[in-house]
Design a protein around this ligand. Sequence first.
Ligand SMILES: Nc1ncnc2c1ncn2[C@@H]1O[C@H](COP(=O)(O)OP(=O)(O)O)[C@@H](O)[C@H]1O
Ligand SMILES: [Mg+2]
Length: 328
Amino acid sequence: MKDLSSSLEIRNLEIRIGSGTQVRSADLVIEPGRSMGVVGESGSGKSLTALAIMGLLPETAKVSGEVNWQGENLLRASADRRREIRGREIAMIFQDPMSSLNPAFTVGFQIDEVLKFRLGLKSKSQRRERALKLLSDVGIPAAEERLKAYPHQLSGGMSQRVSIAMALAGEPKLLIADEPTTALDVTVQMQILDLLTEIKRDRGMSMLFVTHDLAVAARVCDEISVFYAGRTVEKAAASDLLKHPRHPYTEALLRARPHDSNEARKKLFSIPGTVPRPSNIIKGCVFASRCEKVFPLCTERVPEKFGFPSGSADGSYARCFLLQKESL
Ligand SMILES: Nc1ncnc2c1ncn2[C@@H]1O[C@H](COP(=O)(O)OP(=O)(O)O)[C@@H](O)[C@H]1O
Ligand SMILES: [Mg+2]
């Protein structure tokens, strides 16, 4: 029987805010204890998809499709139920750690609040012990001292560690990390990536890791889903995706990846053309307007998910007519 104890399944998620369609059709499946990378250029709908899981989209957003958490469609859940799940079963960290920290209160006070209200720990001494353990788990030295610090007294890397500790305080089964290292220096970035990998492994948590950087995703994740213009265009095991990209967009992303670490990172990738905007109505494949391999069908119909190798059902797929063509 399928284990639903901490699985997340997103099917055909569509998000419309105002007159545009920001997320056209996102699909994601995360099995218990696994890490899924969500990769795509800026504006491809990664953060909105993450916020939809958390129930933190703007109130004006119109959302359809399914976000199934352990078999329950969260899009139909009450606000109370969502609040119950948020932080306790699913927690999130952001690019800017300050968005999860309150500048007016000490680190200790903020962790204590989570332990008291989310985890329901009544004993003050137990909470203190737990807070110290959390800080040491996320690699914060002199934890006693840090409990008394205010967020602005911490470096970027330290603040991100504290926000990870706060996310872990509720003992979530799924951690969503949205570009958690994008704002950090490269060395600190690597340390935080390793920390997240370690924490996920030690706690048996699942992780949804959002990044624009394919190399970062490959370092941290078991599997990768590639987003383009609000649609999931490919999903495969991380190592397989890097070796054998099937969707022309994934291929282009890989080609555009800087190889030399010196010139790296400054040079953003250069796929000719621009990403369609939410206001664009797209009849066929979202990547057709930039694809080198485009043929007439691509602009006429939306390609279905095509499993590979050759139509297999192991869960890897690309939404590209070329794969279908090859199998004919
Ligand atoms: N609150 C919002 N209202 C209207 N449009 C938004 C809002 N948030 C994001 N968008 C738009 O939705 C698209 C997807 O955004 P986002 O999910 O933030 O992309 P990503 O995280 O992949 O960079 C972008 O075109 C962005 O400008
Ligand atoms: Mg984003």
